[in-house]
Design a protein around this ligand. Sequence first.
Ligand SMILES: [Zn+2]
Length: 302
Amino acid sequence: MSSHGSTDWARALEHVSPTPDGYQEWVDADYARELLRCSDEEITRLRSSGIQTRGDGFELSDLWNVGLYSGTGASRPELEMVFFGLVVSPRRDWIVPTEYSITLEAACPSEGDCVSDRWESPQLLGARWHEGKSTTGRVRWTGEITVSGRRDIVHDSQAQEVWAEFVNGNSFHYLFMRREQTPELTRTRRVGDCTALSAALSEKLAGHGLSSRTRDGFLFSGREARIHRWVEFEEDNGDWKPLDPSMAVLAPRFFTTEYAEFCKGSLLNRLVRIAPEDTFHVHHWCAEHRMDLIPAVALRKN
Ligand SMILES: [Zn+2]
């Protein structure tokens, strides 16, 4: 970090695993400048820092990740971390039950041409919905939801070992890749977002004969909510405990080490959970086939 705006890109790149061949998405210098919120001079310096380029283009995920680890405090990926930092702020209580008003909306890709009013919301735990309202091509549900957390810890010693090794050996990466990062690729690159890291951790637990499943939900702060995925581990006695690998690997750098510890079995009261068998999607039947749509979710404290 420097007070004169000169970023050590080579140092930031030490944290970045370049997007592999066949997965790259190329974007131009204007995109890079806007994402990293820096000068033309900085973009020129970045170009000669060793980051992968094609012609004048930069690779999309690499840009997000070099921004995340740049230490400038100004890039959009770092501003995203400010949002998550508020979600897990140590000044807030992490477990007390709180009631919120919730709104969940989705739109059909056919918009005005949509002829179907068949919509199904994801199953949010603790939600009490009013009647859903759909207009042409759109749906909106409103209601109340009580969200609570729980302080706990994973007890199984083998699961603890797998967890410690996983958290120490992996780091967070934004993945805006042409193809999905498979668990095998996560294992090789040792980087991922919440989806990739959850899949890889689940696979690792299964490899040790330990039972787990992935869970979906919405992390929120203020009115804003972001889709999130994590793992739940099943103890010998049948208790399911949350293991949140992406937040745990981010915590020491962007949040607190206390939160990294919280990720090993505790449940946050800023996380709206979806039922174990369901995902975050809104289901919509349009012209007879089912579509899985990504909803927009907003919460307001009552
Ligand atoms: Zn439709």
